[in-house]
Ligand binder design. Structure first.
Ligand SMILES: Cc1cc2nc3c(=O)[nH]c(=O)nc-3n(C[C@H](O)[C@H](O)[C@H](O)COP(=O)(O)O)c2cc1C
Length: 384
């Protein structure tokens, strides 16, 4: 049997502070530090505690070349090699190791930069349910808690007098730009028309044209820019209230301009799912639609392979799409929202996605405003 090390893991030194009761009674310093090694392992999607022996052995086994298990056991001892195989940090070529090997190979095949795989895997939320009814803390509450924030503007050291600029002239985009705000008070009895939904989706996510740049080289031209022109971001739509479209989860096809139904839902199921997706932020869950932005990472990493900037680029891509969506919603007279405070793992499970190949980036949405201010908003024109 051959073995090699898994492709990606990072080790943290953890410290747990506990009270040392014996010292406390002897009148000495009572804090004791418990130190340990913890491996963060993206292909396992979990943390694994390691002892020093395991850590040292992992440092001697190649992640690329396969070596004989027997040879490794002679060098390090059978127990430690067996334990690392069991943990999934060493990968075997035998049948028993197939599930673990497939996860490791999946990660390798996606061309992740190791640090990006790590930040992606371990920044996902699972079943985070903020207290329902929670209000966004007021600015003053935050100042009371943390002291004043860094100032909103800066004055870097200048090498000469400032250049005064003329006022911003009027422009075609002004209406949308100046009326845009994040809506947190949606009218729960209002629905969207299909025409509005169609324009929002087509002009945000739809291909405005398809350009062929060579064999296997279909490139989508969209209203937002995308790193490498690759547009890895998919749009999954949770419909709660759209005229003539049944509540459910749909995938938007960016060229065919159709909603492909993935799962039909009763109204209350759709509402409960909406709440779960955005970690109980009811002010967003009440919108008639949510759009889940999911990057197919290999669409980008195919070009930017094992690249230190690639994950940042797909995050920026999602931000551009979100702003385009905000402006289109504003044009339609609808406040919009974006949130990264989403239950990524629950979304993956709901949509049948694999975190090694798909990255949930954000949830956006929009809908008619209720006219109330139950939850704080920064509406244009409001002074307080
Ligand atoms: C990446 C990102 C994440 C956000 N996440 C949340 C969120 O979780 N909850 C929320 O209420 N607002 C969220 N917002 C909205 C911001 O709070 C909002 O943009 C900000 O308060 C400024 O208000 P405005 O959009 O009306 O100008 C987010 C915005 C961005 C760009």
């Amino acid at each position: 049997m051959k073995i090699r090390r898994c492709a990606v893991f990072y080790v943290e030194s953890r410290e747990d502070l506990t009270i040392d009761w014996a010292k406390l009674f002897a009148g000495q310093n009572t804090l004791a530090a418990q130190l340990s090694w913890v491996a963060l392992v993206p292909h396992l999607d979990r943390e694994v505690g390691l002892n020093t022996e395991q850590l040292l052995v992992l440092g001697t086994i190649s992640q690329t070349l396969w070596t004989d298990r027997e040879e490794a056991e002679q060098r390090h001892g059978g127990a430690v090699v067996g334990a690392l195989l069991e943990l999934g940090l060493l990968i075997g070529d035998d049948d028993a190791s197939t599930p673990m090997r497939e996860r490791d190979e999946k990660l390798r095949s996606q061309q992740w930069r190791p640090l990006s795989a790590l930040i992606h895997t371990f920044s996902r939320w699972r079943d985070v349910r903020t207290e329902t009814g929670m209000q966004t803390p007021s600015f003053q509450e935050l100042v009371d808690r943390h002291g004043p924030p860094p100032p909103p503007t800066i004055h870097p050291a200048a090498v000469g007098a400032s250049v005064a600029l003329p006022p911003a002239g009027k422009g075609l985009l002004d209406d949308a730009l100046l009326n845009r705000y994040t809506g947190r008070n949606f009218d729960t009895s209002a629905s969207l028309s299909q025409a509005v939904l169609a324009r929002l989706l087509q002009r945000t996510f739809g291909a405005q044209s398809v350009r062929n740049v060579g064999p296997d080289g279909d490139v989508l031209k969209k209203t937002s820019p995308s790193a490498g022109g690759l547009h890895p971001t998919e749009a999954y739509v949770l419909v709660q209230r759209v005229d003539g479209i049944a509540p459910g989860l749909y995938h938007y096809h960016q060229v065919e301009h159709v909603l492909r139904p993935l799962r039909m839902l009763e109204k209350d199921e759709a509402a409960a799912l909406a709440l779960q997706l955005v970690a109980d932020q009811h002010w967003f869950a009440e919108a008639p639609i949510q759009v889940i932005l999911v990057a197919r990472v290999l669409r980008n990493f195919w070009k930017y392979r094992n690249h230190p900037k690639a994950y940042k680029a797909i995050t920026l891509d999602a931000g551009h799409l979100s702003q385009t969506f905000y402006l289109l919603a504003t044009e339609a007279g609808l406040p919009a929202f974006v949130t990264a405070a989403v239950n990524d793992v629950d979304i993956e499970q709901t949509l049948g996605l694999d975190h090694l190949s798909e990255s949930v980036m954000a949830v956006i949405g929009c809908g008619p405003a209720s006219g109330r201010q139950d939850t704080i908003e920064l509406r244009p024109g409001d002074t307080a």
